[in-house]
Design a protein around this ligand. Sequence first.
Ligand SMILES: *[C@@H]1O[C@H](CO)[C@@H](O)[C@H](O)[C@H]1NC(C)=O
Ligand SMILES: *[C@@H]1O[C@H](CO)[C@@H](O)[C@H](O)[C@H]1NC(C)=O
Ligand SMILES: *[C@@H]1O[C@H](CO)[C@@H](O)[C@H](O)[C@H]1NC(C)=O
Ligand SMILES: *[C@@H]1O[C@H](CO)[C@@H](O)[C@H](O)[C@H]1NC(C)=O
Ligand SMILES: *[C@@H]1O[C@H](CO)[C@@H](O)[C@H](O)[C@H]1NC(C)=O
Ligand SMILES: *[C@@H]1O[C@H](CO)[C@@H](O)[C@H](O)[C@H]1NC(C)=O
Ligand SMILES: *[C@@H]1O[C@H](CO)[C@@H](O)[C@H](O)[C@H]1NC(C)=O
Ligand SMILES: *[C@@H]1O[C@H](CO)[C@@H](O)[C@H](O)[C@H]1NC(C)=O
Ligand SMILES: *[C@@H]1O[C@H](CO)[C@@H](O)[C@H](O)[C@H]1NC(C)=O
Ligand SMILES: *[C@@H]1O[C@H](CO)[C@@H](O)[C@H](O)[C@H]1NC(C)=O
Length: 719
Amino acid sequence: MSIIMSVSALLSALLLLASAASASHFYGGSMTFNPIKNPDGSYRVDFRFKEAYHSCYTSDSWACRSGNCGSRTSFVGGRVDSSSKGGSWCQTEAVIKRTVPNNSPFQLTQSSCCWIYTIYDIYGGNWGLLTHIDLGERSDTSKPNRSPVATTLPIVRVPQNCARNYNLLSCDPDKDTVRCRYGTLSANECGMCRQPPGFTLDQSTCTLSNSVNASIGTYAFELVMEDYPTRNITLNYTAMAPTVRSPFVNSSSSSPLSKIPLQFAVEVEAPAPSCIEGEYLPRFIHPTPHQGEHLQARVNQELEIRVKATATFSSITDVVFSGPLNSTKETTTTGEYVINWTPTSDNFGQHFPICFIAEGQNGSRNYQSEMRCVIVVVEAAGPRAQVTCTKDTMSVSIERSTISGIHGDHLRLNNNASCAVSSNSTHVFTTFSLSGCGTQIEETDEHLSFKNTIVTYDNPNHIITRKNIFEIEVMCKYQKKSSITTRFDAHRPAVNFTERGFGSFSYQFEFYQSGTFRNTRDPSSYPLDYNVGETIYMEIAPVNVIQNTEVFLESCVATPYDNPSYPISYPIITNGCGVDETVNIYTSHQPNVKFSMEAFKFIGQYDQVFISCSIIICEANNPNTRCAQGCTNGTQVAPSSHVHKREAAIQTGSHFISQGPLRLRRSASFTDAISPSLNLNLVFVAGCVVAVVAMVCGMMVYKSRGSKVNYQLLKSDEI
Ligand SMILES: *[C@@H]1O[C@H](CO)[C@@H](O)[C@H](O)[C@H]1NC(C)=O
Ligand SMILES: *[C@@H]1O[C@H](CO)[C@@H](O)[C@H](O)[C@H]1NC(C)=O
Ligand SMILES: *[C@@H]1O[C@H](CO)[C@@H](O)[C@H](O)[C@H]1NC(C)=O
Ligand SMILES: *[C@@H]1O[C@H](CO)[C@@H](O)[C@H](O)[C@H]1NC(C)=O
Ligand SMILES: *[C@@H]1O[C@H](CO)[C@@H](O)[C@H](O)[C@H]1NC(C)=O
Ligand SMILES: *[C@@H]1O[C@H](CO)[C@@H](O)[C@H](O)[C@H]1NC(C)=O
Ligand SMILES: *[C@@H]1O[C@H](CO)[C@@H](O)[C@H](O)[C@H]1NC(C)=O
Ligand SMILES: *[C@@H]1O[C@H](CO)[C@@H](O)[C@H](O)[C@H]1NC(C)=O
Ligand SMILES: *[C@@H]1O[C@H](CO)[C@@H](O)[C@H](O)[C@H]1NC(C)=O
Ligand SMILES: *[C@@H]1O[C@H](CO)[C@@H](O)[C@H](O)[C@H]1NC(C)=O
């Protein structure tokens, strides 16, 4: 027992060392907080702490510097985004909850070594962060003060010859005045405490500007963000005398309501051939939200922020972002980057900053766009609705009592008069085709989505024209990866909301009697007998045709056991290319795929083989999909350009190996064939319906014709 303990102690010491090592090279951090008064008079303070290092690392090493900091009640942390460029960083966010007994001010601090190497400290200086919290009840809001909210990417890059302003979008939920300044060492607000030459900080707008010709290199910015009331207010405390807080006059005469750290690095790079946005530096285009825009989100509904950028002389390779924990990023086949986040009820009423930067590449050189930031305001949950997705229809039913101002008889789909929305006294409902009524299709690495919008329309009998005052975005989202049973997931409401349903596609693998593909082999005749050289006709088809989609046969292998990753396998189709010379693929860019091959040379010493295929479903006629590429040799997909990179991502995202068995037998004796695995596979064949890319096959038994069988083409030791 004691030995085990000491080993585990040693192990954890090693782990600590390892994590300390990986945690070095600080790229900055930031902290915001939101207090809530508990019924018992204590306070719950939710802190959101972002930190960035070379690798993903999250912790809570905050120490109490002054006051009563209470105790931590929960900690959850995780990665937000990372990048391999600009020194390679990973930003994490931790949500830390503390319970504090009273509302007197307190300070949390954290410090360590080392910053990334900077122009004025090539060994990486110390870092330090300070957060000042004052929970005194404000006379204007009757609540404790909330901190300003802000975030940044850990490192932003600017060519030396290009002047740029980084507006550190400071938003205060209490509508206070927000200011930024450099930290001071005596207050523990920074580690190196430099005011980098060649940069100016506008303290009242929190805008950092580089002057053209600043020296090339990396600079660390250790800023403090503070909020001041716009008029005199009183702060009341349970355990001390009230104080007055005044608007900002100067730093020696005014005290802020709170202080939060905002630390990051700026890398001044070699000059760019041009500083014009849209040439080498990426430029944001529609539908990217504007700088400072406030976006409305709803509890339990997925918020979607679409970012798109362009550049004539560089290809867009990524959009990096900083946002709340659990936000994610996806790429669509149209080149948009979608940042998704679903607020929980804990987030209600709060403000969340999200910043993003587009990255472009020309040769070995990377260019960053400006940094753009938006604020997400979380409102209460919206209307209750249910979306049901089938293979070819979407049904939506919305509870009238959860929406106001809706006139059920003046609703329709996507402004298409022929697609009506009905209603009764309790619900508004509609069912429409995924391929009609203006339904839009969108594809990302992981999902195929069908979207439509329910809108109010002008009543021709009314003299007063009503504009579209109500929009409900509805969506059916299909996982390309795996089977997900129908369920719903609420979305954006009051005025606009998206309601998502999840569905699954079903595909069937059939064997045909002949090349006319008219009659399938009778399921009751399985296991099927084939002779060597006989052609096996196969089709993979959707159980119900899904409009606007095509299927692509990515790979098929034959294996002696019911496991496509079994080390001994015979490739039939790889990267969409026929590997076996007898393979024929008859259809392409269709919802189904028909193909054939000669009965197997892949026999060797095995009695049976199983065929497993992976298919990829794509939007039809979209030139950016893997399906459109057809046969490729895997190595050719190099991330040398924007388009290639996305294709590579799609391809990877869609690689799903099926479980389908195909069984061959050399012997006509059925007694050999009756095995537990055979029975299992028979069940598979009878079911023969699987979700999405998963695949099902029938099974066949190869019947040898005595000594005429020629095994020469594939010897057992070649398998
Ligand atoms: C603060 O305290 C004073 C005196 O105790 C009281 O008059 C005032 O109403 C309080 N203000 C708030 C916002 O509670
Ligand atoms: C930047 O440096 C170059 C070369 O030293 C000089 O010609 C140019 O005037 C400088 N620009 C500014 C804005 O200082
Ligand atoms: C606000 O408070 C300051 C002192 O705290 C005082 O000098 C100033 O006159 C007050 N302003 C107003 C408008 O009451
Ligand atoms: C700050 O403001 C106070 C009051 O307005 C004034 O007396 C003081 O001189 C100012 N200090 C500085 C450094 O400007
Ligand atoms: C890279 O820049 C050169 C000019 O500097 C331009 O001719 C070329 O098209 C650019 N490459 C890409 C991929 O945009
Ligand atoms: C993030 O997601 C995880 C798993 O879904 C969940 O347990 C956690 O509470 C979420 N955290 C926040 C802050 O939303
Ligand atoms: C209204 O329609 C919905 C959906 O079709 C149905 O569930 C509900 O029972 C109907 N209510 C009434 C009062 O007919
Ligand atoms: C409206 O929907 C119907 C049914 O799907 C379709 O035939 C028609 O083309 C659509 N009209 C417009 C303007 O999109
Ligand atoms: C609702 O959507 C419309 C169009 O998509 C947009 O113009 C409007 O601003 C949105 N309303 C809200 C409150 O987001
Ligand atoms: C794939 O690569 C092989 C050898 O590297 C070559 O023989 C074959 O022609 C290539 N196929 C395609 C479609 O490029």
